[in-house]
Every structure is written in C-alpha cells, then in structure tokens.
Unconditional design. Structure first.
Length: 226
C-alpha cells in the first residue's frame, strides 16, 4: 500500500468515527440514562464500571466480531453471507430500543454511502440492517482494513458512552478523558479476541443493560433518544 492510499484510508476512518458523521450515534445512551436515573450509576467509578462492563460483555462479543465477519464477507463479495450475518446480528439486540438504535444508525450510514455513489450489497435492506454490519460495509467501500474497522467501531462506541456519562452523571471533562484513556487500554486485546470468533461464538447475556434499556423506552424525562 502506498503512502497516499494509506493516508486516504486513514482519512476515511477518521470520517467514519467523526462526531460529524450524520448517523445520530451521540443521541443514544444505551441504558446509561436509566441507570443514572435509578441511582445505579452516580459517580465516576460507577460510570467507569458500567461502560467497561458493557464493553467487555456485550460490545466485544457482538459488535466487534460481527463487524469482523461482515468485513470479510464484504471483501469476498459474498452477499448471501453478509445477509446471514446481518440477520444474526439483529437477533442479538436484546431490547426494542437497542434494535431500533442499531437499525436507525445503519440506515443513516447506508443512505450516506448511497448518496456518495457507493454500491450497497443488494441483500441488505436499508431499513433492516445492523449498525456493526453497516460500519463494516462502509469500511470496505472506503478501503479501511479489518483491524482499523474494528478499532474505529469500538472507539466511536466508547467515546459516545463517555460523552453520555459526562452529561448524565455528571462528570467533568477531565474525568471523561481519564476514563477514555484507561478503558481504551483494553481495546487491542478485545479486538484480537473478537477477530478469532465465529458467528456461532457471538452473543452476550447482559441482563442489567437489557433491563435499563427497556426501562428507558418509557422513561418520562430523557436527554437521550429511545
């Protein structure tokens, strides 16, 4: 890969993880808002524990391996496998809110790709695509390799969650940066493990996340979208 092409893929990765990407990622808290409302999370250590727990037991077992598998299927142009991975991924979203969030963000990203002239796998319904799959599709279309794709996906999730915690707990900006620094030290190991997983290995049991997300669907006062 030439320096020019390497720089181009890096810029596309930066575009995918930018807060300016019009997918609405920062509009969601993934149950964190309910956890704060009920007093489950009300300090910086609690927020750290919550975010780290969801990362380790949910994102690292669903989003990361799904994105890796979808990326490989896109590179191989195996459209049937892309759809099988997508259907499986959507089935792993435990609540209506998490399901809707994943589909809305994916729909926005696929629409952006289409508007920019990129070809979307024909088996993917823009209204029924999982976020991790859509992120993998965008990565392959923009020549972002598998490892960088996973790094970008998990980084944007982590940054979104820390930003939500800063608003909700609330936390100071410095506390948020400390959390980003400390939790991100675990990302490389989680990514490497996710890349070894098969589709049958994916899945998570995170009952507290599911419970808080379900409660958030009807929470009266909210900053974040349901």
């Amino acid at each position: 890969m030439t320096n020019a092409s390497s720089s181009a893929s890096l810029f596309r990765l930066m575009q995918l993880v930018s807060p300016a990407l019009p997918v609405g990622g920062f509009a969601y808290s993934q149950g964190l808002e309910s956890a704060v409302e009920l007093g489950v999370v009300n300090t910086q250590p609690h927020a750290h524990e919550w975010i780290e727990g969801v990362l380790t037991h949910n994102v690292a077992r669903i989003d990361l391996p799904i994105a890796a598998l979808a990326h490989r299927a896109c590179v191989a142009e195996d459209i049937d496998r892309i759809e099988r991975i997508n259907v499986h991924a959507l089935a792993l979203r435990e609540t209506r809110e998490l399901h809707a969030e994943s589909q809305q963000m994916a729909r926005s990203l696929l629409r952006l790709l289409s508007d920019m002239g990129e070809v979307i796998p024909p088996t993917l319904d823009p209204f029924a695509t999982d976020w991790a799959v859509a992120f993998a599709v965008a990565s392959t279309r923009w020549n972002v390799n598998e490892s960088d794709c996973l790094q970008g996906l998990v980084w944007t999730w982590l940054e979104n969650q820390v930003a939500a915690a800063i608003k909700l707990v609330p936390l100071g900006q410095t506390q948020g940066q400390i959390m980003l620094f400390e939790i991100s030290a675990e990302l490389d190991e989680l990514i490497q493990t996710a890349r070894q997983m098969t589709l049958k290995d994916t899945g998570a049991s995170t009952p507290m996340l599911a419970h808080m997300s379900a409660l958030h669907e009807t929470q009266y006062s909210r900053l974040f979208r349901s």
